[in-house]
Ligand binder design. Structure first.
Ligand SMILES: NC(=O)c1ccc[n+]([C@@H]2O[C@H](COP(=O)([O-])OP(=O)(O)OC[C@H]3O[C@@H](n4cnc5c(N)ncnc54)[C@H](OP(=O)(O)O)[C@@H]3O)[C@@H](O)[C@H]2O)c1
Length: 289
């Protein structure tokens, strides 16, 4: 598995990342997913404070508590900024965003505790907050960095102006924008999202790279194309993302160890340019102009 810097100033991540959103499982099942990922060279794990109704970080952290040596073999990403009604958050009565300095610092500290770790490799603001105050975010990020609790910072689901504006106020680079990209969500190839990241020497993390397991347009043709490459459907869809010169890092979401091993082999599929465009055409239903 290729390891690549997300940004020239780091962090270095595995090219395919394992996402823990759907990992509301027993600690032993999560341990199996972690061990399979590591064995395949997938060393980066993507979390959020809210995944599994605020449970998934803790389950993952239980595995790290039992096997602390695993921590140095992996990189941990988590997110903050979304609040919703939950028995675990009784003071929240309406879904909202909170990117105040106090909440970002509190949430990072809480994630460190839940994950049983002394550092986060990357912390993301989960969604753009209409009330985001960039001075507040800059203070929170600076404090967490100075304390050595968070090594790198980024955002998720930000529009280009939102990314650009926040970066202007920060003393450190935003190393990624984690956005939805797949053959079912091709806009970032055309709307400037990936161009902006390239301008900032940052790479995208692509969430739901298999469209959450939904069937896609051109399904029959995709299976036939996959067999031409001696690849599976999953490997073809991931290989399609890996081609882009901005170095997209797909964040896969499977809960099945065999599918992690399958996805890791996507790096062995080298797509011809014409096949890339043919797949795009199946997705959009039209030729490029
Ligand atoms: N930043 C954000 O706002 C945001 C939003 C959403 C997700 N994420 C991140 O992105 C990660 C991945 O998202 P995702 O889970 O939607 O990714 P995904 O890899 O596109 O979808 C995973 C889903 O597809 C199913 N699947 C995979 N291969 C399949 C196959 N061959 N046939 C049928 N179903 C198949 C999986 O089921 P099985 O478990 O049975 O394999 C799972 O339910 C999340 O874990 C999270 O870390 C971030």
């Amino acid at each position: 598995m290729q390891q690549l810097p997300l940004h020239p100033q780091g962090p270095t991540f595995s090219r395919i990342i394992a996402g823990a959103w759907r990992w509301k499982l027993s600690a032993s099942s999560v341990e199996r997913l972690i061990q399979t990922s590591l064995a395949e060279g997938i060393t980066t794990f993507d979390h959020a404070d809210i995944y599994g109704d605020h449970s998934n970080e803790e389950i993952f952290g239980e595995v790290l508590r039992q096997q602390p040596a695993l921590r140095d073999k992996m990189q941990l990403v988590t997110k903050c900024g979304i609040k919703f009604q939950s028995d675990k958050r009784p003071k929240t009565w309406v879904k909202h965003y909170d990117t105040s300095k106090e909440h970002i610092v509190w949430s990072a500290d809480n994630s460190l505790r839940m994950l049983n770790t002394d550092r986060l490799d990357l912390l993301l603001i989960h969604r753009p907050d209409p009330l985001l105050n960039p001075h507040d975010v800059a203070e929170a990020f600076t404090k967490l960095k100075e304390q050595g609790k968070v090594l790198h910072f980024g955002v998720s689901n930000f529009t280009r102006p939102q990314f650009y504006m926040l970066q202007k106020f920060l003393p450190m680079p935003l190393v990624t924008n984690q956005i939805e990209i797949s053959l079912a969500r091709v806009d970032p190839f055309f709307n400037g999202d990936l161009d902006l990241l390239m301008e900032h020497r940052a790479s995208a993390m692509a969430w739901s790279p298999l469209a959450g397991g939904k069937l896609m347009a051109g399904e029959r043709e995709l299976f036939s194309k996959a067999s031409q490459y001696n690849a599976t459907y999953t490997q073809l869809l991931l290989a399609w993302l890996l081609v882009h010169p901005s170095s997209i890092f797909p964040v896969i979401g499977t809960t099945q160890p065999e599918r992690i091993a399958e996805a890791a082999k996507a790096l062995e599929v080298h797509l011809d340019k014409q096949d890339w465009f043919e797949m795009l055409q199946w997705a959009t239903g039209k030729e490029v102009a």
